[in-house]
Design a protein around this ligand. Structure first.
Ligand code: NAP
Length: 539
């Protein structure tokens, strides 16, 4: 495909186009504007917030504490915003997003209801031509994909789905006006984080809930609670130290990490630490021992502790056994819940195991497994996302020589630092594959990427350079390194979305980079060594 630049005539030309108005796109806009750039953000939704705009399912709530899962680039913002709960619910996060937009006067530079269809690098003009599904193409020197890691929903193929007479929903595309399940028989398909959060709420509201589970998940009670004025004041007074400490942590936030090895601990010490983690709740369990995701025997000892807790919560031993995961603890992201396992003690909740016999079809009135049709009025697909690459591959992105990113990545994504990919000059990906992203507190990772990109663009402008592009060699070395680091952990030992294993036909490659501090160190080294691994050019 060649780009006729004339098709872009009459359109507005920008210094930078940012695709997506989630946390990444909003801060990117603010950062580039502060350098004096003319920026346009293109957003598919009719509002900002990215993942928090689309995932409005009942019970949607962040599993990282609000005082860590928030921007840190502005101390004024930190001080003026009051989080109401330990873990913010989706509506509160969206209010925060709106506040940020107003406070930094971002709205006028965001074009809503604009889904990008293609982004093509025109070699003659060295500019990106970004074309939405409707409306005019825009051109810019830099194109920044802030399209999110979990924004392309996965709806698996179910025979007969179109024949279903009731309503269907995907947790990742929840109706803005909400859904009333009162008096209805509801099916939830999937038992990942989204299902674990929504199932307890839907069960309370609906007449009958049937949950179709293929793989059970580890979930730890979140112990969400309101934040008191004293707690908020204490955090606000200590924000700089809290943030600095967080950035030095492997997952980019304070997990109260225990640096000890379970392999060196007595069974009593392991039990005591697990009890402590259980009380801390949610993802704090990742911080139990430094070898939790390195040593399979240690992992299974800790998994046994959690399995016993699950069995204590569920009254029916058959259901309890079905809900108990057998896999590596933490290999799939662990969930943080409120009353998830307890919900299966309710009379109106039924668990259907589809691990051995999959869902055969959706009929006009229900979900069939084997000979039995489970009659339902509504189906909720909590079936996850085509993670990390899905949103990028949905856009026809073309670089030098008309190379399509989809083709380049057919055997798995290839990036340098998760920020750039060879053959695609002046294109950046925020929290792209090969960066720590989904293994960290996303906002902290996003801020690091935005600042890297902003500083890089400042550098190019100061040196009167027009182009930056990763070299093939640097990319090759980075891809190898990302794989080697993951291979040293237990993280790639199960069918997780980190590996793309949830999408039929997707090449299995462990996509995120394990370890925030070494990643940041590498980025800083690259800059200090005059953008080592990049080719910088005048034209
Ligand atoms: P997910 O973890 O990928 O879970 C999808 C679920 O759907 C899995 O249980 C999967 O089973 C099931 N499934 C998929 N295809 C199926 C089929 N054909 N038949 C039956 N079951 C099927 O997706 P998610 O729950 O939306 O979560 C994705 C990620 O988003 C999380 O890991 C987390 O990082 C993030 N998230 C965070 C929060 C939070 O902050 N609290 C909340 C929600 C999501 P298998 O496991 O067998 O594939």
């Amino acid at each position: 495909m060649t780009v006729d630049i004339k098709t872009a005539q009459g359109t507005t030309d920008y210094n930078a186009i940012v695709v997506g108005a989630g946390f990444a796109g909003l801060y990117m806009l603010h950062r580039l504007r502060s350098s004096g750039l003319k920026v346009r953000v293109l957003e598919a939704g009719n509002g900002a917030g990215g993942t928090w705009f689309w995932n409005r399912y009942p019970g949607a709530r962040c599993d990282i504490e609000s005082t860590q899962y928030s921007y840190q680039f502005s101390s004024e913002l930190e001080q003026e915003w009051n989080w109401s709960e330990r873990y913010a619910a989706q509506p509160e996060i969206l209010k925060y997003v709106e506040h940020v937009i107003e406070r930094f006067n971002l709205r006028d530079d965001i074009q809503f209801n604009t889904r990008v269809e293609s982004a093509v690098f025109d070699e003659a003009s060295a500019r990106w031509v970004v074309t939405p599904t409707e409306g005019k193409a825009l051109t810019a020197q830099f194109c920044i994909m802030a399209t999110g890691c979990l924004s392309s929903t996965n709806l698996p193929h179910f025979e007969g789905l179109e024949s279903f007479k009731g309503a269907t929903y995907h947790t990742g595309q929840w109706p803005q006006q909400g859904v009333d399940f009162t008096g209805l028989r509801v099916a939830v398909i999937g038992t990942g984080s989204s299902a674990v959060q929504s199932i307890p709420i839907i069960a309370e509201e609906c007449k009958q809930l049937t949950v179709f589970q293929r793989t059970p998940n580890y979930s730890i009670p979140a112990y969400n609670a309101p934040l008191t004025d004293e707690e908020r004041d204490r955090i606000k007074a200590n924000y700089p130290a809290i943030r600095e400490f967080g950035k030095r942590q492997f997952l980019a936030y304070d997990l109260q990490m225990n640096e000890k090895l379970a392999a060196d601990a007595t069974p009593e010490e392991i039990r005591a630490e697990c009890e402590k983690r259980w009380r801390l709740g949610g993802l704090y369990f990742y911080g139990a021992f430094a070898d939790l995701l390195l040593d399979e025997q240690v992992n299974q000892t800790i998994a046994d502790f959690v399995r016993d807790k699950i069995k204590e919560k569920v009254k029916d031993p058959v259901v309890a056994d079905l809900l108990t995961p057998k896999s590596i603890f933490g290999c799939k992201r662990i969930c943080a819940d409120t009353n998830y396992f307890e919900t299966f003690n309710r009379d109106n909740v039924l668990l259907v195991d589809v691990s051995k016999e999959p869902i055969a079809e959706i009929t006009p009135t229900g979900v069939r497994v084997g000979d039995r049709v489970y009659e339902v009025d509504a189906i909720v697909f909590a079936t996850g996302f085509d993670a990390m690459t899905g949103a990028l591959n949905r856009i026809d992105i073309r670089g030098r020589g008309d190379l399509a990113l989809r083709e380049k990545w057919a055997a798995g994504p290839r990036t340098y630092l998760g920020l750039t990919t060879a053959g695609f000059p002046n294109l950046f990906t925020i929290s792209g594959p090969g960066s720590p992203s989904v293994l960290t507190c996303m906002i902290t990772s996003i801020e690091q990427h935005v600042e890297f990109i902003g500083d890089t663009i400042d550098h190019l402008r100061a040196k009167q350079l027009r182009l930056i592009e990763a070299t093939e060699d640097a990319e090759e070395a980075w891809v190898t390194h990302v794989n080697e680091v993951a291979a040293g952990t237990l993280l790639n030992s199960c069918n997780s979305w980190y590996l793309g294993a949830n999408i039929p036909g997707k090449r299995r490659v462990f996509m995120p980079y394990v370890g925030f501090p070494p990643y940041v160190e590498k980025c800083n080294e690259v800059v200090a060594n005059d953008y080592e691994g990049f080719r910088l050019g005048a034209a």
